[in-house]
Write a protein that binds this ligand. Structure first.
Ligand SMILES: O=C(O)c1cc(C(=O)O)c2c(n1)C(=O)C(=O)c1cc(C(=O)O)[nH]c1-2
Ligand SMILES: [Ca+2]
Length: 562
């Protein structure tokens, strides 16, 4: 019970477990880290406590491993038994299986990636990692393929064609495996792709279902799009999904609508009425067997800011005054922290976790934001000093949840923007934006923070200000620690209760990826990939120049132990 509790599956859920989700439970082994987010609930909590607040000061390098590829290295390594699997940037250029204790290569896989992928990747040639299930390693590639490898040899098992990458649809995140299905999305929110989630048979790679996230009409038969703009409407699932075995539901966030210019797809002014562009910038609850959308929560209707809604959904049973709340939590790019009942889809609370001025609040009854019309950029209506900036209050860099402290650890950004809307036409494989924007520091004279957020009280417990935005994902551990890297190239351990810094080391390049922890032969390790963002800096103006000047490009896995 303590193990399942630690990974965010409640005891009731564990008791409810039937044979169909026994596999999901065993994947959540305390010593391993078998999924991108540690578990399918994306908690990024490792219950291991050999390394703790008392002794973390003695942490030393066990080994470093060059990934053999520069530019944005964003992979979360996974560990199954004594093997660590990690992917590099550029395709990925490589997938490696390493001896998790020594870093010695067991196998290396080099997918066939064409040279032209960079132009179709909005935000660099990144790969956020691989997924393990059933003795296989699954990886999505920038050229739109999903590949299954034999986990023990690296031999290709099957390759599925997911999407035409030349429409600007690269796959940058690992898939989600539920029973016999491997489920993936793809990118293209900045290129006018039409979003879909797609499921493939684990054993054969055959497509089982495809669910479009944008369509001419929505589930209720009405339309939320202007004309046929839905055909290039975005709403892609470029980040990762989560799975709740109890309700047998997959949760997935969808991107911004395409183009960024609102006039093409909505009314173009503040009063968007029914033209909300479903299901973009939303969280979808999906039946994994059929791909059917059970319900949705749209964070940013008729998104005018690129408040892309893909951020990961962290599933946990929260302790509230009125009992356990089966929640999903989302630190939305739009600046609100959402707590939603994951069984009913009911919005429980939504509060600002950074300075936000485009909306004063989220109406709990309708889940709609109450907007400030001045802050919605439309045709002939430029908007000034909008907070947050399009890169978001939090971007893809993953947060973690500790059931011990009840806190969520969020890498947050405090950047604002001016934005104006122009004309734009769809052209295959070319940016489809139609907006001009700036990037300026947010109020308070800081650019980024690591925020310890209480999801029940909806307020900060502590915070650490960082020099620049776009800092790395976080890891919470049973040893009472939070680990994270910074865009300026430090890797740190802090006290999960107070934020007090307990250990720090330079890793030579900025960190975006989330760290992990695992144990082999009774010894605990902490691992993180360093290799700063490259092309996303272009979205940050002068702040982006500071990001690229702070550290050189990198691509190294660091593994620490005592
Ligand atoms: O809408 C999309 O399809 C899409 C895809 C990606 C991606 O796949 O990396 C990013 C974004 N949008 C995006 O808006 C964004 O800010 C972003 C940052 C990064 C990154 O790797 O640092 N990717 C992406
Ligand atoms: Ca986007």
């Amino acid at each position: 019970a303590s193990l399942t509790g630690a990974v965010g599956i409640s005891e009731a859920q564990a008791e409810n477990a039937t044979s169909k989700d026994a596999k999901a439970a065993s994947l959540a082994d305390a010593n391993s880290w078998t999924q991108y987010g540690h578990d399918q609930q994306n908690t990024r909590f490792s219950p291991l406590k050999e390394i703790n607040t008392q002794n973390v000061g003695k942490l030393k390098l066990a080994y470093a491993f060059s990934l053999g590829s520069l530019r944005s290295n964003e992979a979360t390594p996974i560990v199954v038994g004594d093997t660590l699997y990690v992917s590099s940037s550029w395709g990925p250029k490589y997938v490696y299986a390493l001896d998790a204790k020594s870093g010695k290569i067991k196998w290396k896989y080099e997918p066939d990636i064409p040279d032209d992928v960079l132009q179709y990747a909005c935000c660099d040639v990144n790969s956020r990692g691989v997924t393990y299930a059933d003795g296989k390693i699954f990886v999505g590639t920038l050229n739109g393929k999903l590949i299954a490898l034999d986990a023990s040899t690296g031999a290709e098992d099957w390759i599925a064609d997911v999407v035409d990458y030349k429409q600007g649809s690269v796959i940058t995140s690992p898939p989600l495996v539920v029973r016999n299905l491997v489920i993936t999305g793809f990118g293209g929110g900045e290129y006018g792709a039409r979003g879909s989630l797609q499921a493939y048979d684990v054993n054969t790679g055959k497509e089982v279902w495809k669910t479009y996230t944008v369509s001419a009409t929505d589930a209720d038969g009405t339309t939320s799009w202007k004309g046929d703009s839905w055909q290039h409407g975005g709403g892609v699932g470029w980040l990762v999904g989560s799975y709740d075995p109890k309700t047998d539901t997959v949760f997935w966030g969808t991107s911004n609508p395409s183009p960024w210019a609102t006039k093409v797809r909505s009314t173009g002014n503040g009063d968007y009425g029914p033209l909300t562009n479903l299901y973009t910038a939303s969280t979808l609850a999906i039946d994994p067997a059929t791909g059917k959308i059970k319900w949705h929560v749209q964070g940013t209707p008729a998104d005018a800011w690129d408040y892309d809604g893909v951020n990961e959904l962290v599933l946990a049973d929260l302790k509230t005054a009125s009992g356990a709340l089966p929640a999903y939590m989302k630190a939305d790019r739009n600046g609100f922290f959402y707590v939603v009942n994951r069984e009913t889809g009911k919005l429980v609370s939504a509060e600002k976790f950074v300075p936000v001025n485009w909306a004063s609040k989220i109406d709990l009854a309708t889940a709609r934001p109450v907007e400030d019309p001045d802050k919605r950029p439309g045709p002939g209506h430029p908007a000034k000093d909008i907070c947050p900036h399009l890169i978001g209050a939090k971007n893809w860099q993953p947060m973690s949840y500790s059931p011990d402290t009840g806190l969520v650890y969020i890498p947050s950004n405090n950047v604002c923007q001016d934005m104006s809307e122009g004309e734009v036409n769809y052209r295959k494989g070319v940016f489809y934006l139609g907006k001009e924007f700036s990037a300026v520091p947010g109020p308070g004279g800081f650019l980024g923070k690591i925020l310890a957020w209480d999801p029940v009280k909806q307020k900060a417990a502590w915070e650490i200000k960082e020099e620049l935005p776009f800092n790395g994902g976080t890891l919470a551990t049973g040893g009472g620690l939070v680990f994270y890297g910074t865009i300026t190239g430090d890797f740190k351990a802090v006290d999960a209760k107070t934020g007090a810094e307990l250990w720090k080391i330079g890793v030579g390049s900025g960190v975006g990826a989330g760290p992990i922890s695992f144990s082999v032969d009774g010894k605990q390790y902490i691992a993180v990939v360093a290799g700063r963002t490259v092309s996303t800096a272009a979205f940050f103006g002068d702040i982006g120049t500071k990001i690229t000047n702070a550290t050189p490009e990198g691509g190294t896995l660091f593994v620490f132990s005592e």
